[in-house]
Design a protein around this ligand. Sequence first.
Ligand SMILES: [Zn+2]
Ligand SMILES: [Zn+2]
Length: 123
Amino acid sequence: MKGKPTASYKLIADAGGNRFQFFCDLSGALACTTEPVRADTPEEALMLAWKREGRQHFNHCHKCGRWVSDVMYNADVMECVDCAPWENVPKFCPQCGKRLSSPERFCSKCGAKLLYEGSEFDD
Ligand SMILES: [Zn+2]
Ligand SMILES: [Zn+2]
């Protein structure tokens, strides 16, 4: 399979086992913190945590192989929004994932410039 086996993660040692935090490869946003996992090796614990809990929070980009959260995923073409940007007014800020209720030129949360169809050619 193309790409990495799991999304970016951070291991958190816990008395009951290892917890894992999984992060969107594109935005870096925390998507999931798992329950403690017990396994013989950290690698096994990671894969267990990923299969049980992490995986369901992510989408796999079929182009670049990164694991991204729902807001960073263009489900129409099964690619991340980095590989396949939304062509029309984005429903979410591609930078921070804020839901956009009305067309805005800049994200009110993080200030990212929001690209609209044809905007590259206008000015
Ligand atoms: Zn991609
Ligand atoms: Zn934003």
